[in-house]
Design a binder for this molecule. Structure first.
Ligand code: TXA
Ligand code: MG
Length: 329
């Protein structure tokens, strides 16, 4: 049985204690729930890979509670400091040169000489990291390749009996994994799209490269990027303008004029077969709902999930990135 922990000063200390002794705990963040272990403890980190069925070559993000903690393990250029000061705590992961003998376990970085670091914007998790006084290595708390968890029940549904403790933090407010930017080369490269957009970053530091599309380069910098990802069990059909028989509908904006192929209207679909990411067409609201609504429609029993088009701008770029990967699976 998984123990649900509601944050309190005692629970923060208890959780830090569990991590200090090599435990693995699921933790809330503003992006998605993470499956955390002490990033300096190779055996504890090894348990994360086992629980998720994650390939060893795919490195983990180390979560810190301050820029000073990041400096203990990685080399921060002035550019890195500027980005950290502007976006932390928040959904931006910086890939940085690892300090020699940093103490970060080799399996966190999958043996690379770089490390992905971010400071999450979630009070309880920040306090746990500070109490541990070491970074927490945490991938999303789902079985490898499956939908990311934005609610505690998604975590227990995916990892079930393997998980002894989860700290509760409600629904993840952003709902999409962090933007990842690699700062180890001459020009910064965005490796994964997220809530922090290319434009947000370029406003601050000028032009950056975009490697978020699979086909852009033959040798992807982000080792996990080409893996099957974010997949519900039910196949997806993107850019839907109507709903087929046996299809559930994931809407965006108004469905007033959307028809069913066998006659009638999409809005009359049976309960549990139609959800709307954002009736008012707000992409930020849509991002926050994306994974939880996919989780829900995955339970509908529909043969397919038809997904309406989401404009390719702002956070819509990250939403479409996740949807395309989910549809490919
Ligand atoms: O929002 C998030 O980033 C969430 C929460 C829990 O913080 N975490 C998350 O972790 O999405 P995960 O493991 O599902 O995705 C981490 C990604 C992987 O694609 C991995 O390849 C990449 O980060 N990554 C980690 N370290 C890296 C490094 N040193 N160089 C390049 N890519 C790295
Ligand atoms: Mg993941």
């Amino acid at each position: 049985m998984t123990e649900f922990l509601v944050p309190s000063p005692d629970v923060i200390q208890k959780t830090a204690g569990l991590l200090k002794t090599g435990g693995v705990v699921a933790l809330p963040t503003e992006t998605v729930y993470g499956l955390g272990a002490d990033a300096t403890n190779e055996r504890a980190v090894g348990k994360i890979f086992e629980m998720k069925g994650r390939p060893q070559f795919n490195p983990l993000i180390a979560h810190v509670s301050s820029i000073d903690m990041a400096r203990r393990y990685a080399v921060l250029s002035p550019l890195a400091v500027l980005l950290a000061e502007s976006f932390w705590p928040g959904p931006l992961t910086l890939v940085l040169p690892l300090k020699p003998n940093s103490g970060i376990a080799a399996n966190v970085t999958a043996g690379l000489d770089t490390v992905g670091i971010r400071m999450p914007r979630q009070d309880a998790t920040l306090k746990i990291i500070a109490a541990l006084d070491r970074p927490i290595a945490a991938p999303s708390a789902n079985a490898s390749g499956k939908l990311s968890p934005t609610k505690p029940e998604h975590v227990t549904h995916s990892l079930g009996d393997q998980l002894s403790h989860i700290v509760i933090g409600g629904k993840s407010v952003i709902g999409l994994e962090s933007t990842i930017i690699d700062l180890t080369g001459e020009i910064p490269v965005i490796l994964r799209a997220g809530y922090v957009t290319k434009e947000d970053i370029e406003k601050l530091i000028g032009p950056v490269l975009d490697a978020t599309h699979d086909s852009d380069d033959a040798a992807p910098k982000s080792p996990g990027r080409l893996l099957k990802h974010y997949a519900p069990k039910t196949p997806l059909r993107l850019d839907a303008v109507d709903v087929g028989p046996d299809e559930a509908l994931l809407g965006f904006s108004s469905v007033k004029f959307m028809g069913k192929r066998d006659g009638g209207w999409a809005r009359d679909l049976p309960r549990g077969w139609y959800l709307n990411l954002s009736e008012k067409g707000d992409p930020i609201e849509a991002a926050a709902n994306l994974f939880s609504m996919l989780h829900e429609l995955d339970q509908s029993g529909a043969a397919r999930i038809a997904v309406m088009k989401i404009p390719e701008a702002g956070i819509g770029i990250a939403i479409n990135d996740r949807l395309r990967r989910a549809a490919k699976a």
